[in-house]
Design a protein around this ligand. Structure first.
Ligand SMILES: [Zn+2]
Length: 256
C-alpha cells in the first residue's frame, strides 16, 4: 500500500472528478494521502476531504507564495484548525520560495511567517511540511532554531550535505516525479545516500507528473512511479520501498 504524502486535491483541476478520483484510490493500492493546505481556504478544503475520506489526512498552513497583509489573522485560523481538527496531522506547507520571490523585503517577510509557523508546530507538537525552493541556506537556518520539531522537506532539491544535516535534525526527505526526469542527477545522489527509513514518496499533484506521464495532470495514481524509481536507484524491491516509505509517513504523521 502506497502513501502519497503530498497532493493538492483542492486544486481546480480536480473540480470535474475529485470525488470519483479520490474514491478510486484504495482500489489502486493508494491507501493513504496527505493533502496540505497553502492558505486558509485550501487548508479548510484539506480538512473537509480528510473528514470525508478515511484514508485522507490534512495539513494546514500558509505557503510562502500566499502571504498577504492579513497573514497574522490567517495564522490564527490555521492554529484553530490544527488544534480542533483531529485529522490535521502537520503544519504545512510552509517555508521559503526564492525562485518566485526576488524582492529582499518580501523574502524577509517569508522568513518571519515561516518562523511563526515553526513556532506553532512546536507549540502544538505537530510535524512540519517544508517547501524550500532555491532557499536552502535560510530554510536550514530556520529549522535549526526549532531543534526537536520533526518534519519533512517535500520535493527535496538540496545537496547531499544538506540532506545529512536534515537527517541529523530528525527530518524526512520526500521526492516527487522530478526523480523520474532525465536531469535528476542531484536528487538521485541524495536518494542513494539517505537511508530508506527517512524517505517518503509524494506526487505534489496536480503538478510534477512523473515520467512517462510528464505534462499530464498528476494524481496519486502515479505515486507508484516514485517508489519504483527509488527501488531502482537503491537496487531494492519496489514492494519493500512501498512498505517502508508508507511506514515512514505513518510514523511522522501519527497514523495507526
Ligand atoms: Zn505542494
Amino acid at each position: 500500500m502506497l502513501f502519497d504524502t503530498h497532493a493538492h486535491y483542492d486544486d481546480e483541476r480536480f473540480d470535474e472528478d475529485r470525488d470519483a478520483l479520490l474514491s478510486s484510490m484504495p482500489a489502486h493500492n493508494v491507501g493513504l494521502i496527505l493533502n496540505p493546505g497553502c492558505d486558509v481556504e485550501t487548508s479548510r478544503k484539506a480538512v473537509s476531504y480528510a473528514q470525508k475520506y478515511p484514508f485522507v489526512y490534512a495539513a494546514v498552513g500558509i505557503h510562502p507564495e500566499n502571504i498577504n497583509e492579513n497573514w497574522n489573522s490567517d495564522l490564527a485560523v490555521i492554529k484553530e484548525l490544527a488544534q480542533t481538527e483531529p485529522r490535521v496531522r502537520a503544519i504545512g506547507e510552509i517555508g521559503l520560495d526564492y525562485y518566485w520571490e526576488k524582492d529582499e523585503r518580501a523574502r524577509a517577510q517569508q522568513q518571519v511567517v515561516f518562523a511563526h509557523q515553526m513556532e506553532l508546530a512546536r507549540e502544538l507538537d505537530k510535524p512540519v511540511i517544508v517547501h524550500d525552493r532555491d532557499a536552502h541556506a535560510d530554510c536550514l537556518e530556520i529549522v535549526r532554531r526549532y531543534a526537536g520539531t520533526r518534519g519533512v522537506f517535500h520535493c527535496f532539491a538540496g545537496s547531499t550535505q544538506m540532506a545529512h544535516e536534515l537527517l541529523d535534525l530528525g527530518y524526512y526527505l520526500s521526492f516527487t516525479g522530478v526523480i523520474t526526469f532525465k536531469n535528476a542527477r542531484r536528487a538521485i545522489e541524495v536518494i542513494r545516500e539517505v537511508p530508506l527509513d527517512r524517505l517518503m514518496v509524494e506526487t505534489d499533484a496536480p503538478y510534477m507528473a512523473p515520467e512517462p506521464f510528464r505534462g499530464r495532470r498528476n494524481s496519486s495514481l502515479y505515486v507508484y512511479r516514485m517508489a519504483e524509481t527509488i527501488a531502482q536507484i537503491k537496487g531494492m524491491d519496489a514492494a519493500e520501498v512501498e512498505r517502508i516509505t508508507t511506514e515512514n509517513g505513518m510514523r511522522l504523521f501519527g497514523i495507526n
